[in-house]
Ligand binder design. Structure first.
Ligand code: FRU
Length: 498
C-alpha cells in the first residue's frame, strides 16, 4: 500500500471522508453491543491497562482512517466497573520525531498521583529501516496527557535487531522493572529486562533466560507478573509451526510459569509453553493488578494479516472481555470478571433435563447473551451446542466424550473470514461432565470451559436473523442444565471525553 496513504494523520482526512466512514460503520450489521470496538478504522492491542483515579483505564492501538495497520494512535476508554465502558478520546498521538510513524504498544503504571504510559515510538530512517524508541506520556486525573520531550530508551542494546517493542512496566520494592519484546541478531525471538528507580532513567539488565531457545523469530507483547508466589511470563511468539491442535493461528499467545524470576541471574525456571486461548481470534493479551489484588487480562480479539468481513464496513476488531487469572498447578485458569453480571437481563433456562437428540427450547435464542450450559453424566458419544443458528448458518461447539476433545467449528458460521488457517479449533479435555460458559455478541463468541480451564475466543459473522440455539447429544444421552441472560448494551458509539 502507498506509504502516504498508510501513514496518514487524522487531521489530513477531509471531514467528508470521516463522515462517510462513520456512516458505513453505523450501517454495519456486526457492531458489538458489550465489547470495546473502534468508532472507525482498526483496533489492535490493548494498552496501558490500569486502575487510576477511581476508574479502570484501557487504551488500545488505533488506526482511525481504514481497516489496515496504518499510523497507530492510542485510543482511551474507561470504566468504573469493567462492565460499562465510556469512550474518552485519543490519548497518544504519533506527533513527535520519536513516534512519528506510530505510538505502538505499551503499558501503564501509577506514580506520584499520575498515570505513566510507557510505549514504543515507531519510526524509520531515510532507508526505511526501523528505529524504535521507548517513550513516556503522563496522564493526570482529568485525563490531560503530556509527553516527555525525549524517549526514555533511545537505542536497541547490542546484539538485538530493531524489532524491539511493547514495554510492560511494573513496580517492585526498590523501584520499577520493565520487559520488552525483542529479536536477537541471530533472528530468534526473546525478551529483555530493564531496571529503574524513578521510571525515567532505565538501566539495561540483560536478556530473560528461559529454556525456549528456538521459539519463533520475534516475541511481541511480553508481560511478567507473580501470582500465588509463582512467576508467569506471557508473550506472543511469531513464527511457530503448527503441531497437532497447537499453534494453529498465524501468531500465538501463551505463557510459561515457574519460580519467580531471579533478578541476580535473570534466569526463569519454568514449565512448558501453554497457549492462553484455543480459538481463532486472540492476540496481544495484557494484564493488570487491580485494587482488590485480582490479576485481570484483556486481549485483542483479532489476528494480524487476515481479512475480516467488517473491513468493508469501515471498522475492524474489538477487545475481549476482561478475565481474572488464577494459577492452578502451573496452569492459568481464566474466568470472566464477576462484574459482567451487571449486564444480565432477565434469566431464561432449562432445569435438569435429559437429552438424547438435537433440541431447542422456547425463549432460548438470541444474538447478545451470556449462557451457562452444563452437560452432566454424559453417556452420549458427543454433546454440544449450535449457536447463532439459522437456515444455513451455525457455529458448533462439541465435546467428544469418547475422544476427550472439545471442538469449535466456524465453517458455517456466516460470512467468510479471509484466512488460510482453517475453520476448526480443538483441544483435549477429559471428564464426565462439561460446562460451557458462553458470551455471545453480535459478531463474537467467548467460550469458557469447566470454569476457565480452557477458553476459545472467536469472531463470527452470521446474519442478524441467525439467532437459534440447539443442544445435542449423539448416540446416547446426557443430563442438561441451561441458564441464559440477554446482556445489556455496555459500550457507546459516541466520540469524546464524556
Ligand atoms: C502486536 C503489535 C505490537 C506493536 C503493535 C503495533 O499486534 O505488532 O508488537 O507494538 O502491534 O500496532
Amino acid at each position: 500500500m502507498d506509504r502516504e496513504l498508510k501513514y496518514r494523520r487524522l487531521e489530513q482526512a477531509p471531514p467528508e471522508e470521516i463522515a462517510e466512514l462513520r456512516k458505513r460503520v453505523k450501517e454495519s450489521d456486526w457492531r458489538q453491543t458489550y465489547h470495546i470496538q473502534p468508532l472507525t478504522g482498526l483496533l489492535n492491542d490493548p494498552n496501558g491497562f490500569t486502575y487510576y483515579a477511581g476508574e479502570y483505564h484501557l487504551f488500545y492501538q488505533w488506526f482511525p482512517l481504514g481497516t489496515y495497520h496504518g499510523l497507530k494512535y492510542w485510543y482511551h476508554t474507561a470504566s468504573k466497573d469493567l462492565a460499562y465502558w465510556r469512550n474518552a478520546g485519543i490519548a497518544i498521538e504519533p506527533n513527535e520525531p520519536y513516534d512519528s510513524l506510530g505510538a505502538y504498544s505499551g503499558s501503564g503504571i501509577v506514580k506520584d498521583g499520575k498515570l505513566h504510559l510507557m510505549y514504543t515510538g515507531n519510526t524509520r530512517d531515510e532507508d526505511w529501516n526501523r528505529r524504535p524508541y521507548q517513550c513516556m506520556a503522563v496522564m493526570d486525573a482529568d485525563g490531560y496527557i503530556t509527553k516527555l520531550d525525549k524517549p526514555l530508551i533511545d537505542h536497541v542494546p547490542e546484539g538485538y535487531t530493531e524489532h524491539f517493542r511493547d514495554p510492560k512496566v511494573w513496580k517492585v520494592e526498590d523501584g520499577y522493572r520493565c520487559i520488552i519484546g525483542a529479536q536477537r541478531k541471530d533472528l530468534a525471538g526473546t525478551a529483555v529486562l530493564y531496571k529503574s528507580t524513578d521510571l525515567i532513567n532505565w538501566l539495561f539488565a540483560g536478556e530473560l533466560k528461559t529454556e525456549l531457545k528456538d521459539f519463533g523469530y520475534m516475541w511481541e507483547c511480553p508481560d511478567y507478573f507473580e501470582l500465588n508466589g509463582q512467576g508467569v511470563f506471557i508473550f506472543c511468539p511469531q513464527g511457530l509451526e503448527a503441531e497437532g491442535d497447537h499453534f494453529r493461528n498465524i501468531y500465538q499467545s501463551g505463557y510459561i510459569s515457574g519460580m519467580p524470576l531471579n533478578w541476580e541471574t535473570l534466569e526463569f525456571e519454568h514449565g512448558v509453553f501453554q497457549e492462553l486461548d484455543r480459538g481463532f481470534d486472540y492476540y496481544a493479551p495484557q494484564t493488570m493488578e487491580d485494587e482488590q489484588g485480582r490479576r485481570i487480562l484483556v486481549a485483542w480479539m483479532g489476528q494480524p494479516e487476515i481479512g475480516y468481513p467488517t473491513d468493508t464496513h469501515g471498522w475492524a476488531h474489538c477487545l475481549t472481555l476482561p478475565r481474572t487469572l488464577e494459577l492452578r498447578n502451573g496452569k492459568l485458569i481464566q474466568k470472566p470478571v464477576e462484574e459482567l453480571r451487571k449486564l444480565r437481563g432477565e434469566q431464561a433456562g432449562v432445569q435438569d433435563t435429559l437429552i438424547s437428540e438435537t433440541k431447542s427450547y422456547n425463549g432460548i435464542e438470541g444474538t447478545a447473551y451470556e449462557m451457562i450450559c452444563e452437560f452432566e453424566a454424559i453417556d452420549a458419544e458427543a454433546v454440544g451446542l449450535e449457536i447463532r443458528a439459522g437456515h444455513t448458518e451455525r457455529t458448533v461447539i462439541r465435546y467428544d466424550a469418547a475422544l476427550g476433545k472439545i471442538t469449535m467449528d466456524r465453517s458455517a458460521s456466516g460470512e467468510r473470514i479471509d484466512s488460510d488457517y482453517g475453520t476448526v479449533r480443538s483441544c483435549r479435555l477429559d471428564g464426565e461432565n462439561v460446562k460451557f460458559h458462553l458470551f455471545v455478541d453480535t459478531s463474537s463468541v467467548e467460550l469458557f470451559i469447566n470454569d476457565g480451564e480452557e477458553v476459545f475466543t472467536s469472531r463470527i459473522f452470521p446474519q442478524s436473523g441467525s439467532r437459534g440455539i440447539y443442544f445435542f447429544a449423539n448416540n446416547g444421552s446426557s443430563g442438561l442444565k441451561v441458564a441464559k441472560w440477554d446482556l445489556a448494551h455496555a459500550v457507546n458509539d459516541r466520540e469524546g471525553k464524556d
